[in-house]
Write a protein that binds this ligand. Sequence first.
Ligand code: NAG
Ligand code: NAG
Ligand code: NAG
Length: 382
Amino acid sequence: MNLVIIILFVITTTIAADHRRPVIIDTDADVDDLFAIAYLLNVPTIKILAITTVGNAFTTPFYTAPIVLTLLSKLNCEYGVPVAYGESTPSLLIPGYTVPITLINNVNKYFQCLNATIDPSVQPSPFDAVELITYILKDSNQPVDILVLGSFTNIAEAIIRDRTIVSKIGTLYFSSDTDLQRRRIKKFLLPQIFDASGILVDDVSPNVWIDILAAQRVFAAGIRHIVIMPIATQQALPYNTTQAQAILQDKNIHLKPFVYKLVMSFATCLNEPESGLRWWDNSAAQLMVQLQQNNTKHGFCTKFLSNQHLEFILSPFAGQNFGSEVIDNKNHLTNVQICTKANDQIFLETFLTTISAKHSCQYSNKYKDRYDIVLQKKLLKK
Ligand SMILES: *[C@@H]1O[C@H](CO)[C@@H](O)[C@H](O)[C@H]1NC(C)=O
Ligand SMILES: *[C@@H]1O[C@H](CO)[C@@H](O)[C@H](O)[C@H]1NC(C)=O
Ligand SMILES: *[C@@H]1O[C@H](CO)[C@@H](O)[C@H](O)[C@H]1NC(C)=O
């Protein structure tokens, strides 16, 4: 009888696990991405299959995977999710533009600033990010959602390598990152999002312009559903520790000491005033969860635009249409949804409540059971 109960329990938990929505997170390992990952690790309705890193944005390429691995380790989930190194060369950068080294260094050193020791023994994936994305999608018997928190370089490369994976992508969610040097860039490169009546919804997104050709390839690939959290909407989500403290107190939320420091040190460790910071990419993670739960009424994103087409004008030189190219989705391959209005209080309450979850790691936490290691074994047997 006991055995039957145990078997039933195992079967039930296995079935329950299958209901989680499979997700790949592609990240440049910037601090707002770390918030997003810490949050998503605690969301019980998703299953993170892999975290793939991209090295051409706001972190030094070599630091991308170790930063994420360190975060997982601090959250007692060091072997729960594979972390793969990815591409580090953009296919097109704006002439003369580089992300300021001081900013990159501050991101690289975030854990040092938190006085958190790094465990160098935690292993990144034996797969490269592009390889892992490709194999995961080919291996999956259900659609996998992809959350893009950095440039599109890895995803574009995976699609180029094997176009059959496109049909395995459920929804692609993406965030537009910081508005660094927005005004200057605007003159050079104009990725533009128009609504159906031709009104400009938002213009420059740094995660797009870091690798504009990759974005063009991903948007034109025929992915059935793309959801965008644009920079304009993220402006309504200020990074405000006073507001966060008040919520912690009002809702009686207790964060573990490391999680508290992780979330509250953004301004101090980056040496920036809070007024210049937003929750940025973290909001794309919450938008993904909100939409996966079909929650268009009560989530932090309160207004959407749907069935839009995307239009990109590649114009590397100011005032010239040299190399310009326009793509759209008039062939209806892709349905685009954009969050146009967000409520900061709901956002922050949801975020803080979720990252305060008591359980340590909802993933099996042994190297040999890690998704990529199991996958590697399977491939070696063939
Ligand atoms: C790290 O330690 C230093 C020295 O003890 C301290 O001044 C600083 O506030 C600590 N950083 C954080 C984020 O706690
Ligand atoms: C931060 O939040 C507090 C409390 O909600 C508010 O009074 C203050 O104006 C906010 N600061 C900024 C810069 O928005
Ligand atoms: C949301 O709606 C889709 C499509 O109608 C459905 O497949 C999915 O199961 C729903 N998800 C939830 C969590 O209700």
